[in-house]
Design a protein around this ligand. Structure first.
Ligand SMILES: C[S@@+](CC[C@H](N)C(=O)[O-])C[C@H]1O[C@@H](n2cnc3c(N)ncnc32)[C@H](O)[C@@H]1O
Ligand SMILES: [Zn+2]
Length: 293
């Protein structure tokens, strides 16, 4: 059962949106004071997108499945644990609110929520994503969170100054909206790949490599609203089966322009294990409005 105290707003009238008891159908729903009502989908997520969304090339069901399978093998657990270790100690002990923006299949939020419980913290979590295929997985994995279909480039359906932690793992960043919804004491944790990330697999599969300089452009986009508090590299070796390497290549941007079969064919001659190195940057930002501590 999702935690009831999330600071959600109705996307139609911007009044608070509350979780209401189950529908006669057994599904829960979100309702505002003006009786706008959003039923949970059968798979457990809510769709708050009203009207026409922005044009967006969403991950396909197959790409989401590859992500789910790859992450389920635990290969990126060191990263998930690093995110949880960066976020959990910053949360208030009670009534903490966490927003995972671009939650995908919910893998990183799962590890974070487990770490918060193990640390005795009570957390209400919101997962946002534009992909319904991803949200189906996220709603199943993180049943205690509220998982919502939303476009990050639209004003978020979330109250001002109401969120303690936002996590953004390989997903787009709407700095102005993140700054609006974060409490002054809140933190924004962002994970991005660094140059050299998965380079050996990229060479074989035709994955896009990470551009030099991309990171400083991204940091520039955050500057108006956030200050970097800490930044650290999280690097670790990978030893994969060809199948896992194909999932890894296909779950990223390469999946939009190459089929999984074509990617798998390029890996066919590779000896197992396929070795590579994951190279990430984990950056914790505090809002520019935060009092310096
Ligand atoms: C590379 S995936 C990362 C997912 C997850 N954080 C993870 O690491 O497993 C990027 C995610 O961002 C979502 N996304 C991309 N553009 C979005 C948008 N405009 N609004 C909401 N979600 C978006 C995609 O659907 C996808 O699930
Ligand atoms: Zn309303």
């Amino acid at each position: 059962m999702p935690a009831p105290n999330l600071p959600l707003l109705c996307p139609v009238c911007f009044q608070p949106l509350e979780l209401a008891g189950p529908h006669p159908s057994g599904q829960s729903r979100l309702v505002c004071g003006s009786s706008h009502s959003f039923d949970a989908a059968r798979q457990g997520y809510f769709n708050l997108l009203v009207g026409k969304g922005t044009a967006f090339e969403a991950d396909t069901a197959e790409m989401v499945e590859a992500r789910f399978n790859f992450l389920g093998q635990g290969h990126y657990l060191p990263l998930a644990q690093a995110v949880a270790a960066a976020v959990v100690p910053t949360l208030p002990g009670e009534h903490a609110v966490v927003l995972d923006s671009g939650t995908g299949t919910g893998h990183y939020l799962r590890v974070l929520l487990d770490a918060a419980v193990a640390d005795g913290r009570e957390v209400a979590a919101l997962g946002l994503d534009i992909s319904k295929f991803a949200l189906r997985r996220a709603a199943r994995l993180n049943a205690e969170a509220v998982n919502v279909a939303w476009d990050i480039w639209q004003p978020l359906p979330v109250k001002d100054n109401s969120v303690d932690a936002i996590t953004v793992i390989f997903a787009p960043r709407n700095a102005a909206e993140f700054a609006r919804v974060l409490r002054p004491t809140g933190r924004l944790t962002v994970v991005t790949p660094r140059p050299g990330h998965l380079a050996s697999i990229a060479d074989v599969t035709g994955m896009l490599s990470i551009e030099e300089g991309k990171e400083s452009r991204l940091a520039g986009a955050m500057e108006a609203h956030f200050t970097v508090e800490t930044a650290r590299d999280v690097d670790f070796p990978l030893a994969l089966t060809r199948r896992e390497a194909a999932d890894l290549a296909f779950m990223g941007p390469a999946g939009h322009h190459s089929g999984r079969t074509a990617i798998a064919a390029r890996l066919e001659g590779q000896p197992e294990p396929v070795v590579s190195e994951a190279r990430f940057r984990l950056t914790v930002f505090r809002p520019a409005k935060a009092p310096i501590q």
